[in-house]
Structure formats: structure tokens, C-alpha cells
Design a protein around this ligand. Structure first.
Ligand code: GLN
Length: 537
């Protein structure tokens, strides 16, 4: 039977609970355990798929086609855990299921209540993930901050779950903030004491505290925290700010976090092996030989988290090429105002990521024209492929006002349009073309050179598609259909003849990139940017 580690957060949000959970997962894998990680999100949306990135950050897509919280991206980047639909549990999903059961009469006349019905549903959903698998340890991260009204049912559910599992099979880790008050030159433990007090009110006594802090915690501070929070001093772990998030597992390892978990859960494990991670990831991120400048042209640029996986995948592409990728975030609406050259003159590569809706589209198209005409490496992702096709239709094929029907239903050249099956769909949640689909790569293409394998599978999240009616004319003008979905004959990747590196794909490669295994297209893009830089400097 699997053992469980529940991870809660206190004091404030955005402390990096997702990174902490992923890092603990990484350490446990390094000690030979098979793990998985679940994220519980207390909001009422069934999934984050319908949320604006400004609200929620990126929507992370799993292989099985679920639209999930971006923390699941951290889990996949740090660990080998197989993450799918069931690894993200939201309040909306739980209520949806309970209400459907009630309508079917499954509660046999009972009054349906938060306790026990909602909490039971949460427990069943958590238990389901490891059932029938050989997973040794399940990590469960509870979103939000202890003290929030909406996370209460989740906390009650894990309290009950932990009790049932028994002391040796469940433990609780609480992530808190130890603020440093600059004017007083002191760090303060009171918010942590209050936050743990709140947890204990609910009946959860944490076994370990991860304390985010700007400065190292002195032994007496740790002892004070331990005393007032009722934990052993060695289980007060400091989580200092680090240069790269990929260093967090090593920081935790230095404080013997994995040994403490072994002891607490009575687990026997081999010695850890983090040497490869240290050598192939940390050292390369910290001391790269080269540096290259890449522009990401999008409309959610001001929000750090909106293109999380893209930014991470670019870092991974850098690691693969021993280079630091300096990311220049460009708001596509600024390009509409000031022109592409103003923002893109000095970059060595241009990337247009995914997106929805009309705002900022023309600026993206301008950026792509600039990349195409000036032989700057271009990488288009999802909407970045659709806009590349619109740009090529208008400026290289003479199709004036060509567009996607997403932005103009009356365009004379609907080069991007809805698939037949999408036309009748009214509901917005979970109805896009989602998850992994196959793609075949054509010979003598940049894509095949990157992947080294003609059969690939990548994750999707879009409604609109390239309109095959225009394939002939595009090919005649120099567009290469480098990747095709064999079942439906859909265009998955396009490239440009007579351009050093221009690759645009309908899928989202960023979701499959890892720090120690950069996605082939990101590695190839950064390589092309380095080549461009060498040639033009
Ligand atoms: N809005 C486009 C579509 O729905 C692109 C989606 C995306 O970039 N993820 O097809």
C-alpha cells in the first residue's frame, strides 16, 4: 500500500508549494521510490481550462488531455511521475460529481452535506490515483493557504484520510514564510506560529515545516519555531531563495529532508543519487558557456506564470546548448504601435506562443513577418503557427486579408478555420482538441533533424486548424508541411524553404520538456539562435 505525504501552505500564497512538492518528489525518486503527485485546487471551476491566464497563469495540458493547474507542469519537469487527469482535483470537479450522484439518487434519500459527502468524494478521488498501481509514495499538495474558507473541506478530508492510513503511512508537511523585517533587522516567526495554530485547530499537526526565508535561520530560531509549532527542531527546514528552482531538491537534500521522511514513514531506501542532476542541470544553468537572446511575443507578457512551460522549455533548450537564454518579453500590442524592428532588432530568435482571441494578433503577425524576412530563427507554437500561416498567406501568397475565422468570420481566405466537429460544440469547458495526438514527420525537414524519429506524439489544446484547401498554394510558395497527423491528415508542423530555421507547430511541445531532457524543438531552436548570433555578430 502507498504511503502519503500531504503538503499544505500557510501565511501567504505564491511561496512555491508546487516547486517544493515537485522537489520532494524528485528526492524520493532519487532514493528509488515510485511516486506520484496530486494537486487539489479549492476553486469552483471544474478545471482551469476556462480561466484567463491573467487569473490563473498557464493551463497545463496532460497527455490524456486534461487542462490542469500549472503546478502539474512542475511535477512532470522534476520527476518521472505519470501525471494525468486524476492528478488534479478541484472543488468544482468534486461538487460536479457529488451533485450528479445526488441527481441519480445514489445517496438514497440522505441529506447531502460537505461532511461526509464532499469530504468522502475528495478522499476517494485522492485514493483512486494510486489504486491498482505500484506507486510507493503519493504526494498531495493542497492549493491555497491554510485559513481560507474554501480549502477547509480539503483539509478535513486529508485529516480523515491520514488518520485512517495510520501514523506510519501518512505525514504532513507545512510550507510557511518567515518574513525578514528590514527596518528592525529581524526575522519573525509569529505568522508561522499562527498558521500552524490554524492547522492544529482543524486537527492537523504538521510533522515538518518548510520555512521560506530570505536569510538563513539560526539554530535558536529553528528551536523557537519547533517549540511553538510542536515539531522536532531538525524537522524545521529552511527553504532559502535560490538561483534556479532546479536547485531546490539539492537544498532540501542537504538538510536531510529525505532521511527525515524515511524515518517518519519507516521507509527503507537506497542512498540518494543526485549527481546527474547536479552535473547536467544545476552546473549548466549556473555556468553556461554561451548566452543568447530570444524574444517571446505574446499578450500575457506582464504575468510571469502565463507562459510558464514555454519559459522553462527555453531554459532547457539553453541547458542542451550550454547557453543562457535571455528571454525578452515583448507585448504584441506594442509591436502594433511601434513596429517589430523597434523591439526585435537585437534578438537572435523569435517565439510566438499559444493564445486565444483577437487582441494582439496583428502585432504577432508583424513579428513573424520580421523573422521571416530577416532570416531570424522563428518558433511558432499553436497560435504561433496559425499566425505564421496567416502572415505567409497575406505577404507571400498574395491572399489579402487572409485570417483565421477565430478573428474574422468573413475573411475571403479562411486559412485557419474550425474543424467540422467543432462547429456544433457550444460548451466551452474541455471541448477543444486536447491531449496527445500522433504526428508523422517528412524527410529532409528541420523537425526530423531535431526529433531524429519520424513518428512523434505531442499534446494539443486548440479549436482551430489549418484549412487543407490552401495546402497546394502554400506549398507552391515555399511552405513545407513537415508534420502531418496521419489519422486526420491535419497539418501539425510547417516550415519554410529558404529560411535558416522557421518551425511552427500546432501542438504544445513545451509541456514535454525537462531540464535534463530538453524538448528536441526547443534545443534545435536555441541552437539555431546561437548560429544566427555567431553569423551576425
Ligand atoms: N486560439 C487558437 C485555437 O483555438 C489557438 C489555441 C492555442 O494557441 N492554444 O485554435
Amino acid at each position: 500500500m502507498a504511503k502519503y505525504i500531504f503538503i499544505t501552505g500557510g501565511v501567504v500564497s505564491s511561496l512555491g508549494k508546487g516547486i517544493a512538492s515537485a522537489s520532494i518528489g524528485k528526492l524520493l525518486e532519487a532514493r528509488g521510490f515510485k511516486i506520484t503527485i496530486i494537486k487539489c485546487d479549492p476553486y469552483i471551476n471544474v478545471d482551469p481550462g476556462t480561466m484567463n491566464p491573467f487569473q490563473h497563469g498557464e493551463v497545463y495540458v496532460t497527455n490524456d488531455g486534461a487542462e490542469t493547474d500549472l503546478d502539474l507542469g512542475h511535477y512532470e519537469r522534476f520527476t518521472n511521475a505519470v501525471i494525468g487527469r486524476d492528478n488534479n482535483i478541484t472543488t468544482g470537479k468534486i461538487y460536479n460529481s457529488v451533485i450528479n450522484k445526488e441527481r441519480r439518487g445514489e445517496y438514497l434519500g440522505k441529506t447531502v452535506q460537505v461532511v461526509p459527502h464532499i469530504t468522502d468524494e475528495i478522499k476517494n478521488n485522492i485514493a483512486k490515483v494510486a489504486q491498482g498501481t505500484d506507486i510507493d509514495i503519493v504526494l498531495v499538495e493542497i492549493g491555497g493557504t491554510v485559513g481560507d474558507i474554501e480549502s477547509l473541506p480539503f483539509l478535513e478530508a486529508i485529516r480523515q484520510f491520514g488518520l485512517k492510513l495510520g501514523r506510519d503511512n501518512a505525514m504532513f508537511i507545512h510550507l510557511t514564510l518567515i518574513p525578514f523585517i528590514r527596518s528592525a533587522g529581524e526575522i519573525k516567526t509569529k505568522p508561522t506560529q499562527h498558521s500552524v495554530g490554524k492547522l492544529r485547530e482543524i486537527g492537523i499537526q504538521p510533522d515538518m515545516l518548510l520555512c521560506r526565508s530570505e536569510i538563513p535561520l539560526a539554530a535558536e530560531v529553528k528551536e523557537k519555531i519547533a517549540m511553538f509549532c510542536n515539531v522536532e527542531p531538525q524537522t524545521v527546514i529552511e527553504a532559502l531563495d535560490v538561483k534556479t528552482v532546479y536547485e531546490v531538491p539539492l537544498c532540501l537534500m542537504k538538510q536531510k529532508l529525505d532521511d527525515l521522511i524515511m524515518k517518519r514513514l519507516r521507509l527503507k531506501a537506497k542512498k540518494h543519487d543526485m549527481k546527474d542532476w547536479q552535473k547536467n542541470v544545476i552546473e549548466r544553468v549556473k555556468n553556461p558557456q554561451n548566452s543568447v537572446k530570444v524574444a517571446v511575443v505574446g499578450k500575457y507578457i506582464t504575468l510571469q506564470d502565463a507562459y510558464k512551460s514555454i519559459y522553462e522549455a527555453l531554459i532547457h533548450g539553453g541547458i542542451a546548448n550550454d547557453a543562457r537564454v535571455e528571454i525578452q518579453r515583448v507585448d504584441s500590442e506594442d509591436i502594433t504601435k511601434d513596429g517589430a524592428e523597434h523591439y526585435l532588432r537585437e534578438v537572435n530568435g523569435i517565439l510566438v506562443p499559444g493564445g486565444f482571441g483577437n487582441r494582439g494578433i496583428e502585432g504577432k503577425i508583424e513579428a513573424i513577418r520580421y523573422a521571416r524576412e530577416n532570416n531570424i530563427p522563428y518558433f511558432g507554437i499553436c497560435l504561433g503557427m496559425q499566425t505564421a500561416i496567416i502572415e505567409f498567406s497575406r505577404n507571400a501568397c498574395g491572399m489579402k486579408n487572409a485570417n483565421s475565422t477565430e478573428f474574422n468570420t468573413k475573411t475571403p481566405y479562411p486559412v485557419i478555420s474550425l474543424l467540422e466537429e467543432q462547429k456544433t460544440i457550444k460548451e466551452k469547458g474541455g471541448t477543444m482538441r486536447l491531449g496527445a495526438y500522433q504526428c508523422r514527420l517528412k524527410k529532409h525537414t528541420l523537425s526530423l533533424t531535431a526529433y531524429k524519429n519520424p513518428k512523434i506524439s505531442e499534446r494539443h489544446r486548440h479549436r482551430y486548424e489549418f484549412n487543407n484547401k490552401y495546402r497546394g498554394i502554400m506549398e507552391k510558395n515555399g511552405l513545407i508541411f513537415a508534420g502531418i497527423n496521419p489519422q486526420r491528415d491535419l497539418a501539425e508542423i510547417v516550415e519554410l524553404k529558404n529560411h535558416p530555421w522557421f518551425v511552427a507547430c500546432q501542438f504544445h511541445p513545451e509541456f514535454k520538456s525537462k531540464p535534463d531532457k530538453a524538448h528536441p524543438l526547443f534545443a534545435a531552436f536555441v541552437e539555431a539562435a546561437l548560429r544566427y548570433q555567431a553569423k551576425n555578430s
